[in-house]
Design a protein around this ligand. Structure first.
Ligand SMILES: NC(=O)c1ccc[n+]([C@@H]2O[C@H](COP(=O)([O-])OP(=O)(O)OC[C@H]3O[C@@H](n4cnc5c(N)ncnc54)[C@H](O)[C@@H]3O)[C@@H](O)[C@H]2O)c1
Length: 381
């Protein structure tokens, strides 16, 4: 079998997860990684990747490389994706796709013009039970959808000594919590329900008005290791917290809260979906279980077991019931679909993975949410 050759740029937290997930696909070979000088050689050795570089152009000039994964801080995504497309590479980009709507629109147009595969890594869709719930909605099991409420809560920026490039708008964009984690929640909810958000009303808060910035660079989730004398005070002007009310195109209502300063919630996306026949609740920290709520008979707990799921969800399950699948498996499932398309083996029809259009959709939602918070008013999409 001819293998597709992939390179991964940005070797922090998520770049490493991309390499590990790609290793699980039988039709892909990770031939190169690109990162900062500081970490690339060590990561290459750790991951057993022969070629590494700290100049992104080296990957693009290599005619052997078919696909590039972009796992760098947000502000780099646009230029790196554009350069990769212009070099004829398929692109798998981390979320948020870009930091402005104009950039995201340009990437969508360019990818289509070049006829290349383009994907945004909204991996949370690929928990099997999220495809199950989508199928339940599509088959009418839930009835008409009334409302959805939920949150995405984390605590890794809880202390004012917690620091990361995401706190700097020049690197992260004008929004932080919404762009970083709200984008996942909104992508998931529109995917599962098939509904479209039509109006938003947002309320942001920044609880740490200043934070202590480390005087040396640190990768995501590793700031806790520094000593007090290693910090300097800097002002913070992006949101620690946001609540957004939403109206959907069928008249349903929604509300989402995101927070990166919620002690004890490590990385918890959850939602409750109310329909006219039944309701459903899901929590990402227990991803192999959906609670189904009923008015007139007993409630249910639906567990991830391929023998009892709809085929749409069963195809994302690699292990029998009771053998839990989690975060790394969502990358494997998303990449399986993307690389099928890259290898020319997709079934045809619409992409079964999130494309740059899904990335653009979240940038648009994010911009409207920022606008609503500034105006203190409903904003229409
Ligand atoms: N889908 C998900 O679940 C998920 C989870 C975490 C992060 N992300 C996204 O992934 C991206 C990276 O986040 P992270 O948490 O891995 O950050 P990180 O800080 O841990 O890693 C970023 C890496 O990029 C490297 N880098 C910076 N400039 C570079 C350049 N010019 N060329 C090559 N490498 C460069 C840095 O040295 C660092 O190692 C962000 O856009 C983030 O939103 C997605």
């Amino acid at each position: 079998m001819k293998k597709v050759k992939a390179a991964v740029a940005g070797m922090g937290f998520i770049g490493t997860a991309h390499v590990e997930a790609l290793r699980r696909l039988n039709n892909v070979e990770v031939t190169a990684i690109c990162g900062s000088k500081r970490c690339t050689a060590a990561r290459a050795e750790e991951l057993g990747v022969e070629t590494y570089c700290s100049e992104y152009g080296e990957i693009l000039r290599d005619p052997e490389i078919d696909a590039v994964h972009i796992c760098t801080p947000n502000y780099l995504h646009y230029q790196m994706a554009k350069d990769a497309l212009n070099a004829g590479k398929h692109v798998i980009c981390e979320k948020p796709l870009t930091t402005t709507k104009e950039e995201a629109e340009e990437l969508v147009t360019l990818a289509k013009k070049k006829g290349l595969i383009h994907a945004t890594n909204f991996n949370i869709r690929f928990y099997p039970l999220m495809h199950q719930l989508k199928a339940m909605v599509e088959k009418g099991d839930m009835g008409d959808l009334f409302s959805v409420n939920g949150s995405y809560l984390q605590d890794w920026l809880f202390y004012d000594t917690d620091y990361n490039w995401r706190l700097e708008p020049e690197q992260s964009g004008d929004s932080r919590a919404i762009a970083d984690i709200g984008s996942h929640w909104m992508d998931l909810i529109e995917f599962v329900t098939g509904l479209r958000v039509t109006e938003v009303f947002a309320d942001f808060a920044t609880f740490h008005k200043t934070r202590k910035k480390p005087m040396k660079p640190v990768d995501t989730y590793s700031g806790k290791l520094l000593a007090p004398e290693d910090y300097q005070d800097v002002p913070i002007n992006t949101e620690d917290y946001a609540t957004v009310m939403m109206r959907f195109n069928n008249g349903a209502r929604g509300v989402m809260t995101v927070s990166q300063v919620f002690a004890g919630k490590k990385n918890c996306l959850s939602f409750d979906l109310a329909g006219s026949k039944k309701s459903a609740s899901w929590v990402s920290e227990r991803p192999n279980e959906i609670w189904i709520g009923r008015r007139d008979t007993a409630n249910e707990s639906l567990l991830k077991d391929p023998s009892i799921l709809y085929p749409e969800a069963g195809s994302l399950v690699s292990y029998p019931g009771g053998h839990n699948e989690g975060f790394p498996d969502t990358f494997k499932q998303n990449f399986t679909r993307i690389y099928k398309a890259i290898a020319g083996n997709a079934a045809g029809g619409p992409a079964d993975y999130p494309t740059f259009e899904a990335g653009l959709r979240e940038i648009l939602l994010c911009e409207k949410i920022v606008e609503s918070n500034k105006k203190g008013a409903w904003v229409t999409l």
